[in-house]
Design a protein around this ligand. Sequence first.
Ligand SMILES: [Fe+2]
Length: 227
Amino acid sequence: MNTTVQTPLELNRQDLFPSSIYRGNSEDFLHLDKACDPIIQGLIKENQNKLKSGKIKQLPNSYHSENLWNHKPFEEFVKYVMQQMWNILAWQGYELKGKKPLLQECWVQEFPEEGGFHEIHIHPNNHMSGFYFLQCNEETSKPSFHDPRPGKTMTDLRMRDGKKIEIGSNQVHYSVKPGDFIFFNSFMPHAYSHHKGKNKFRFIHFNMAAVTDPSLTKISEDENNGI
Ligand SMILES: [Fe+2]
């Protein structure tokens, strides 16, 4: 059968239930790289000691800090990313009345020189997630996003040209540079390709939930009196 019939029926297409990725760049927070240095150095030392003493058999696939959302140097960054993600949820049409943003996780991560990666995962119990890249280049790991629809994934056809991003595509890889932001809904499966070498790959990863705050839901006097 021809790929395209001679006289196709005129059809109106509607793209529903999209998986949106939001990308931008700002160098305003690259200074955080310095604040991350002692955190990462501490993690490298800790893991190398564990390896020497036999507590672990191999280095982790990523040096992963504790939650940094409460650390003073990250204060402005946390406020900034929460506002961006709140804006995105509002653009997507969600009712945010009576809710407030809660940044539940904010980590800095660096891949070991010996090799690093992240397997495909999502962030449950969150609504928006994001990355901010501090150190990276063309040689380092690339973030990838994968189709979140299990039904499509199970029955997918091979693409004619896997390098093109088309309606049928089931994954995308991005090249990133320092200062790049990527925001996405937390249901989006994502991963990082394997990277080994002296080129540093360091980024901040954060997750936010829109949680209900009863104090934001003002009940009028009439409603209180049952009118
Ligand atoms: Fe993640």
